[in-house]
Design a protein around this ligand. Structure first.
Ligand code: ADP
Ligand code: MG
Length: 730
């Protein structure tokens, strides 16, 4: 049967516009449902004996490990709570190296031997699981014949319930390790990096004597998620979207984002209904959502949570992506998290807002009013500057993937060169630090809007810079180069580790130069000296200008900053000895664990491009070429028939020539790409270089050849939904 996805999409859209008029069912109050499906500390306090509750508290403070006895009591309380909330199954929920989340459900019920069933969750099944997980990528850490892997309960991230109309599953966040304890997931190294940064940040607090009552310092994270929504009918009519999450072909419509009329525009009602449902589900799961809006490209949106401690924020981020995908289906959409689903319009990122905070709630990267007197702030700031400068290549590598390569450096997202934007106030401050004394903090002043009825606005001391990959914004850094489909656990593992390393360095330098009986003034002088040195050595990473310009590319090269353009260029960074020894020093990753990750990233890259080339060839040969040949035949036929009827058909000759020429180009491009697909048999690292040097160009050429034809071939014959449909029907 012939399907017409466009008409189906419009019909679905109409139906949703109609449905959103029905306001009969008021939304629940957020405060009444918030965290209703989370087994958090509040519920533990209500349900656990005091002693056991205290043990959980002391585990959270890093004081001790959980005993099996305590686990038994907690498991029973958790199970009782879960079955009251309708759960029938539980799962250890983990984040393997696929970058996705994994779950294997076990029933909470077992037979009681007397013809009935009982609900059970033992302490040992709460704290340890053994999924048959031999098919997850391990990068050589284990062979399939020694496939044992364990999941271990992460007490710091509360269990939660994922539900649908006829199911509810208790999810227990866990770390995933191999038989000999090597990390096979994204969470284990993250937790280790959180310990590392806490230790080093505390040392600095001690130097300033501001550590009273502080037991730990953690990083905080708020990850803004950009995504596209496409009607399901159109999505499933595009094999490239289905298998690669991005369009491998497609020519731009005349109007897309040029007028900036979508950005921050009023949110279409079907989309808003979808967002509200996502937010309701996330609220039940205790994920605090703060903002929602239209993004730059048509069909593109953003959701941003309220920041939390990094481990929790990473789990919540993974849950957010899961919920976006599952709820989208109910509204007739597919949510696309890929960094560049549509060529020619903006791609999606995941702005990673990162800061450092004590467990007593003090943000250590908040300069406060008189930053020049705030030596403690300057110390943490200098640590970040040093960390980013010394590890610019590693940070770039942390966010590289086949999909993010399409976005970085495309004049809409930060370039592949990592630099820091500080803004006028902080740049002025570090210049003072470099001179040895700080005596002023630039102020933004106020803005008079000219109309008597409008309020006077306070102005920030510097503007924002949307082109910088790593920007200071008021009281935190925003790592803007992170891709929208990525797990944020890995980039944050790296930020935590490199900043821990720099805090360690700075603390050590200061401790060396401060004597036991130093006066406060002497201590301050010693600290200023260390910071002065750090700024002198690392100021080159700071760039406040426009990151999109060619001048910056040249300037960055002069400064010796790495410019790693593709994933293939970044993979060798993980093999650097200095990187391995840093991860080892802070006990974040052993050498084999790091090597396995490099292996996995290379393999994922080559596999992804392998799928894309395969899919491209298949669409080109079986859908696009036949449509073009048919059009060519029709034009030729029209010519001969016109001539047979005695009319002049020569004006059609140029059309036929043009289409023939373009079809010829298409067939050549198909052949050319076909000649390169042998990379699939290479070792993944070699494959990545081969892809960079040959395959990407061949893919580009095939796409161009096809897109040119799309602009000329009869629309009725074109076998794929057009950009104009996918980006606008909602
Ligand atoms: P914008 O798009 O203008 O950058 P948003 O409001 O969309 O701003 O997102 C800002 C994000 O930064 C939010 O997720 C917010 O919770 C987060 N954030 C704010 N303060 C901190 C902090 N101290 N640490 C980490 N993230 C923070
Ligand atoms: Mg932001």
């Amino acid at each position: 049967m012939h399907r017409d996805p466009q008409s189906e999409a419009i019909a679905a859209s109409n139906q949703w516009q109609q449905a959103s008029l029905d306001t009969g069912n008021p939304n629940p109050r957020i405060d009444e449902i918030f965290a209703i499906d989370v087994f958090d500390m509040k519920k533990m306090r209500q349900r656990l004996p005091k002693g056991v509750y205290k043990s959980v508290e002391s585990v959270l403070e890093g004081g001790r490990k959980l005993t099996l006895g305590d686990a038994e009591v907690i498991a029973t309380a958790m199970k009782d709570w879960a079955i009251e909330r309708g759960a029938t199954h539980y799962t250890h929920w983990f984040q393997p190296m696929t970058g996705l989340t994994a779950e294997k459900h076990d029933s909470l019920t077992s037979l009681d031997g007397e013809g009935g069933v009982v609900y059970r969750l033992s302490g040992s099944s709460l704290i340890q699981g053994e999924p048959d997980a031999s098919s997850f990528p391990s990068g050589g850490l284990r062979a399939t014949f020694e496939a044992r892997g364990y999941t271990a309960w992460d007490v710091t991230s509360p269990a939660f319930i994922i539900r649908g109309s006829n199911y509810a599953t208790l999810c227990i966040p866990t770390a995933f390790v191999s038989w000999n304890g090597e990390a096979l997931d994204k969470k284990t190294p993250l937790l280790r990096s959180i310990d590392a940064i806490s230790t080093q940040a505390l040392r600095v607090l001690k130097i300033f004597g501001t550590d009273e009552g502080v037991t730990s310092v953690g990083s905080t994270l708020g990850a803004e998620q950009e995504y596209f929504l496409v009607d399901r009918n159109l999505f499933y009519a595009r094999p490239d979207l289905v298998s690669c999450d991005r369009t491998l072909f497609g020519s731009m419509p005349p109007k897309h984002q040029q007028l900036d009329d979508h950005y921050f525009g009023s949110i279409p009602s079907r989309v808003l209904s979808f967002m509200a449902e996502v937010e309701r589900e996330l609220a039940c799961l205790g994920v605090p959502v703060q903002t929602r809006h239209n993004e730059v490209a048509p069909g593109q949106y953003e959701i941003a949570p309220l920041f939390e401690t990094t481990n929790l924020a990473c789990d919540h981020q993974a849950m957010m992506m899961q919920i976006l995908k599952s709820v989208a289906g109910r509204f007739g959409f597919v949510a696309i998290m890929h960094e560049k689903p549509f060529a020619g319009v903006n791609g999606s990122g995941k702005h990673n807002n990162w800061s450092l905070s004590t467990d007593t709630g003090v943000n250590l990267l908040d300069p406060q009013d008189e930053a020049h007197n705030n030596l403690q702030f300057m110390t943490y700031l200098c640590a970040v500057i040093r960390a980013v400068h010394m590890n610019a290549d590693l940070l770039r590598a942390a966010i590289s993937s086949a999909s993010n390569d399409h976005r970085l450096g495309a004049n809409e997202a930060p370039p592949a060169i990592i630099s820091i934007f500080l803004g006028d106030m902080l740049e002025d401050l570090i210049d003072q630090i470099a001179k040895g004394a700080t005596s002023r903090t630039l102020k933004g002043g106020s803005l008079d809007l000219g109309a008597r009825t409008l309020p006077e606005l306070t102005r920030d001391s510097g503007d924002r810079n949307r082109t910088s990959p790593f920007a200071f914004i008021g009281n935190r850094f925003e790592f803007r180069a992170v891709g929208s489909s990525a797990s944020v656990a890995w980039p944050n593992t790296i930020i935590n580790t490199i900043v821990a390393d720099s805090l360690d360095y700075i603390a050590t330098q200061i401790e060396k130069s401060v004597k036991k009986n130093s006066t406060q003034a002497q201590t301050e002088t010693a600290i200023r000296k260390v910071l002065q040195q750090v700024i002198k050595e690392h100021r080159d990473i700071v760039f406040n200008g426009d990151n999109y310009t060619e001048e910056w590319q040249a300037e960055a090269e002069k400064r010796g900053l790495p410019n790693l353009k593709t994933t293939a260029d970044t993979l060798p960074v993980f093999k650097k000895r200095s990187v391995a020894s840093m991860f080892k020093k802070y006990k974040v990753l052993t050498k084999p664990e790091l090597e396995s990750r490099a292996e996995i990233f290379a393999e994922q890259y080559a596999t992804q491009i392998g799928i894309e080339t395969h899919q491209m060839l298949s669409i080109a040969r079986t859908q696009i070429l036949p449509a073009c040949l048919e059009y060519q035949r029709r034009v030729a036929l029209t010519m001969t028939q016109t001539e047979a009827a005695g009319s002049d058909s020569s004006f059609l000759g140029s059309t036929l020539d043009l289409i023939t020429e373009r079809v010829h180009r298409l067939t050549q491009a198909i052949e050319q790409l076909k000649n390169h697909v042998g990379f699939r048999n290479l070792d993944p690292f070699d494959a990545s270089f081969y892809i960079r040097d040959h395959v990407l160009d061949a893919m580009h050429e095939l796409r161009e050849a096809s897109d040119d034809l799309e602009r000329m071939v009869d629309h009725e014959l074109w076998p794929l939904p057009a950009y104009s449909e996918m980006l606008t029907i909602r």
